[in-house]
Design a protein around this ligand. Structure first.
Ligand code: PLP
Length: 428
């Protein structure tokens, strides 16, 4: 994609031509740091700081009245944020809700979408899935009296560590009750073809849901067009909502008649929630899967961060993200990988097959990660041997990508990682 001899000058001109360059100054970038970890925890923006401070002010001055009299009444906050987020995933406003956390939402939705009957009792997922998702699926199977050892089918990765869509499709059979997969695999950065997988699942009369924690905010989605049954995603990665902020879920309108089995009072018809009746009358839309009071304070930063994403435009974000990761992959290839056989890029290089980060495999990943941090670069480690580098379209520059590769090259060429401990001590 880039010319043969990429120079620092070429790179600086990419930053000058970048239409999204102005958004960087809306973020707080940690001092003297090249932050390449937005796929684990996105950075705070000034817009998010403002929406968070407004919430504090409202709580201070309005007390309980904030539920109805806040600038965005707290009572409708989950629905309003859902309607805003719906536009970046290609959904209708009433199909998306800000609620709970990713794993809680997996439990809440899978309990309604997994309806074992006759010989259709299995759940199909994949062996690379985020562990929490697998724990939740196993728990759901046990709750229904099934044996995860037999009834959870995990598609295997190929020898390159990648999943093959056709292999997943071949595993969808007349015993499959539900398919649940990631959009982007958190470790390798591979993006699955959700449209194809959804069409194939539906041909076989199987419901399909996706965990999009590693794609929403970095990639545009078309849930309605693809007819995805349900999806969920966290808001603290590419959505920059802050550590532990509430997550989102999507339920296709055609499933608004399904019953939430993990019911709670916030899933009640909104207008009647405070009638405090013992019989559960669910909200007529996706709101019915909410369980508890929305975490207003903890998720108020999302309002500001969604505002930035709309201003930038999710398709422009995806375009720049692909340019950043293409440059990163190309520089890594030329400057490092071509020289060292034990280092490789795991992420597929075709644009339609990758998310927002590039994953590098190296036997010394743990120590290289330490060395990078000592030099002011924040990557992300997935032990034992994967380093993830996520240049984020809204706040990273092409120059930073260049610097990361130069630094990494120096660490590997001079074996600087040998100064560090082999043990992974950090949480990332
Ligand atoms: C980040 C992430 C989670 C996090 O789950 P929480 O319940 O929000 O802690 C779960 N699944 C995937 C695939 C993720 O990327």
């Amino acid at each position: 994609m880039y010319e043969d001899n990429i120079t620092k000058e070429n790179i600086l001109s990419l930053d000058k031509k970048d239409d999204l360059a102005g958004f960087r100054s809306r973020f707080y970038i940690p001092h003297r740091t090249i932050y390449m970890d937005g796929n684990s925890l996105g950075l705070l923006s000034k817009d998010s700081e403002k929406s968070l401070l407004r919430l504090l002010q409202e709580w201070k001055t309005l007390g309980i009245k904030g539920w109805m009299e806040g600038e965005r009444p707290w009572f409708w906050f989950a629905e309003e944020m859902g309607a805003l987020a719906a536009t970046i995933v290609g959904a209708r406003p009433e199909e998306v809700i800000l609620s709970g956390t990713t794993t809680i939402n997996i439990h809440a939705l899978v309990s309604s979408f997994y309806n074992p009957h006759g010989k259709k009792v299995k759940i199909l997922a994949d062996e690379l899935n985020f562990p929490s998702d697998i724990y939740a699926l196993k728990g759901q199977l046990k709750l229904r009296g099934f044996d995860p050892g037999k009834h959870l089918v995990l598609a295997k990765a190929d020898k390159n560590g990648l999943l093959n869509e056709q292999h997943i499709v071949d595993l969808m059979d007349d015993e499959t009750a539900l398919v649940f997969l990631p959009s982007v695999i958190y470790s390798t950065g591979q993006l699955l073809n959700m449209e194809l997988l959804t069409a194939e699942a539906h041909k076989r009369n199987i419901c399909i849901g996706f965990d999009c924690s590693h794609s929403v905010g970095a990639i545009d989605h078309s849930f309605n067009e693809w007819d995805v049954d349900f999806a969920l995603w966290c808001s603290y990665k590419y959505l920059n909502g802050g550590p532990g902020s509430a997550a989102f879920y999507y339920v296709n309108k055609k499933h608004f008649n399904k019953q939430p089995l993990l019911a709670g009072w916030v899933g009640y018809q909104k207008e009647k929630q405070f009638d405090m009746l013992q019989e559960f009358i669910p909200s007529p839309n996706a709101g019915r899967w909410q369980i508890s009071s929305p975490g207003i304070l903890g998720s108020s930063a999302i309002e500001g961060s969604l505002k930035i994403i709309f201003e930038a435009g999710i398709c422009n974000i995806r375009k720049k993200s692909l340019k950043l990761t293409s440059l990163l992959a190309e520089l890594l290839q030329k400057k490092i990988i071509s020289k060292y056989k034990d280092c490789k890029i795991v992420t597929p290089l075709a644009e339609e097959k990758r998310g927002g980060h590039i994953a590098i495999e190296h036997p010394e990943a743990i120590r290289i990660n330490e060395a990078l941090k000592q030099k002011g670069i924040i990557p992300d480690l997935r032990p034992p041997n994967i380093i993830r580098i996520a240049p984020v379209a809204l706040y990273n520059t092409f120059e930073e990508v260049w610097e990361v590769v130069e630094t990494l090259k120096e660490i590997i060429d001079k074996k600087e990682y040998e100064l560090y401990d082999k043990q992974n001590k950090y949480v990332t």
